[in-house]
Design a protein around this ligand. Sequence first.
Ligand code: TA6
Length: 301
Amino acid sequence: MNTIEKLNNRFGIDGKISFKLNDNGFKYADIDTGLSTATILLYGGHIVSFKPAGEEEMLWLSPNADYREGKAVRGGIPVCFPWFGPSPVDQSLPKHGFGRLMEWTMKSTKANPDGTVELELELESSDESFYFWHFEFKAVMTFVIGTTLTATLTVTNTGAVEMQYSAALHTYFAVGNAENVSIEGLSGYYYYPNGSTERRMQKDPYFTLDGFVDRCYVNHSDGCMIHDASLGRSISAGKSGSNTTVLWNPWEEGARLILDMPDEEYARFVCVEAANCFDDTIVLQPGQQHSTAVHLSVAEG
Ligand code: TA6
């Protein structure tokens, strides 16, 4: 019996969850709840599509995504773990950690009475992870999929010493045109713009995209609303367990430097990321755990 047959035997749910291989040989869960469809790659524990019934796709995925071991798939909700950005100890290690570069193990699937389905994928410390990071851990991605999507990263310190990590659920929200997008919910918060160490406060109630942005909002534990005038919809990007929000769009010039997306695609997404980084890194004593979650739903425009 091949791996896909085994996955289907153990975790498939008739008419709702089946396991397949994509054209590049990556395993994925193909999900149809009736309320929505979704696609979750085992590689990276990474959801790359979520489309509530009757709505446009909510997650952007690059048409040129690079499906190769050791590369990150651009789009969806990459899991940045156990560090966000460059490694704090060795800049030669992969940016945004190794969680998005390894295959996660399917642990469970479940169909709930309310029509939602639930999937759990796990990444545990191993010889491979020790090469990058000398801590013992268990990371679980839980997805609850219905008309809304909740994606939760729960990290447990399974070792005998204190462990510190940073992380992000680096969501690429699909939009009609980034030039017609404004984001609500960041007013009154300090942010560090584009890698600067000089903090500023956002005064405007809305942040309107009009060029390259890479901002890190600190002490921000609430969600945002993403208003997309082109599609005439708003997305509620709620979160919990995260005190930092990162906004990113490479815009035209930046997109030209990114090889795994077509240049013009910068206009099709905005990243609003639920992060634990900078002042908000997580410290876990042996046996402790922390969860970071995003709750995504569509509202009218
Ligand atoms: O979250 C924002 C960011 O850290 C940006 O600086 C930008 O580089 C982006 O992530 C994408 O990173 P990646 O390694 O996936 O190309």
